[in-house]
Ligand binder design. Sequence first.
Ligand SMILES: CC(C)(COP(=O)(O)OP(=O)(O)OC[C@H]1O[C@@H](n2cnc3c(N)ncnc32)[C@H](O)[C@@H]1OP(=O)(O)O)[C@@H](O)C(=O)NCCC(=O)NCCS
Length: 407
Amino acid sequence: MESVQFCDIPESGIDRALSLAYLVFHETPEEEKRKHHHDLLRDCTRIGAYENGELVGFVAAFPFTVSVPGGELPCPCLTFVSVAPTHRRRGVLSGMIAELFARAAADGSPIAALWASEDAIYGRFGFGPATYGHTVEIDSRRPLALRITPDDRPLRLIDPTDAPALLAEYYDRTRTERAGRIARGEAWWREEWLVTEDQEDDELSPPRVVVLGAPEGPVAGYAIYRTKTRDDAPGLVRLDELEADTPAAEAALWRYLASIDLTGLIRAWGRPVDDPLHLFAADRDQVRVTGEFPALWLRLIDVRAALTARSWAAPVDTVLDVRDDRLPANAGRHRLTASPDGCTYESTERPADLTVEARDLAAAYLGGTRIDALVRAGLATELTPGTAAALDAALHTARLPHTVDEF
Ligand SMILES: CC(C)(COP(=O)(O)OP(=O)(O)OC[C@H]1O[C@@H](n2cnc3c(N)ncnc32)[C@H](O)[C@@H]1OP(=O)(O)O)[C@@H](O)C(=O)NCCC(=O)NCCS
């Protein structure tokens, strides 16, 4: 490993880095997709692993901002994690991640995040799954049965090229209502959400954007979806995003999607785990959760900065003993004193009330994993009875964290 050096990849090296990424991900993208990736990478931190001048490893990080309870934080988001097949399992990824953690700490980013292609990889680096998503299918061959009355304001389809301004206004206003959501710039809206040809399925239609609310009034909700016909089954509505102000507004959008002629199935990916749809749908056989998956994996780079940056729902005064092999500055006993008025987190000699690994604290940080569940799973140890319950009350968020922007 001494033969491998880690350093920034200059802009002139992006093409080479992309070739390595396509090699390890077994992709042969069209020129347009390659150009898109090139554009995305220009704004990223790019770390390369070089051996004798050859690029053998590459990782990039988007300079994103992610919502956390009570606010938002700068959060480098790892992507294009690639190691040459000739150099795997020699510590190249470990070296690149250590480099990225050092950059994040120097830049004052208390957290980092990623989506994992394989769950087994990132726990050892201190990442824990902090948000989860559901895949949902709705049988729309019959009218959607609802227990509430949908909002009766008008629905209108808008041109996707005009959509970013309208949707961004809504999204930015509501984004921090849930932790785990990523701030979207205009290019992200256009290239990731509203791009004409779907990246994974070229049989899907271009994106359709439906908005609830009169043109002169505020947007009360929106859905982004694509459709396709199928040979041996009614057509498909692939829902990419649905957001709305109220349950009635959500119901109106779901009812619209379920009533599109010549379709008989809605498939939605990455829905929030606490989606109110599952309560207001009258027929649980019609609306089914077909899968659950970890979405955003979070790393607390600086545990003190992360904990003191979020809001707390209830008072707690406790001593945590944190295990963190990769970033030892986080390790050891710390007194956490938090309440809705603020939080302090200081090193202490007092005995610990709870021991927890950094990766599990990261999973609990946004309110999506309960400390009590970690204790029951044998992953955290409660030394003073009641500590897990007090921490869970303090970490609680009204809505579960949610991430749907995959990168
Ligand atoms: C996954 C990948 C980046 C790992 O890189 P690497 O340089 O071999 O990783 P390292 O040698 O630094 O391994 C670090 C540790 O992670 C483990 N590890 C690495 N990849 C793993 C995997 N896919 N599954 C389980 N464990 C893995 C190693 O065994 C090692 O464990 P240890 O610390 O207990 O010894 C590399 O194999 C790769 O590029 N794969 C194809 C692309 C990919 O899957 N990228 C991830 C996208 S999210």
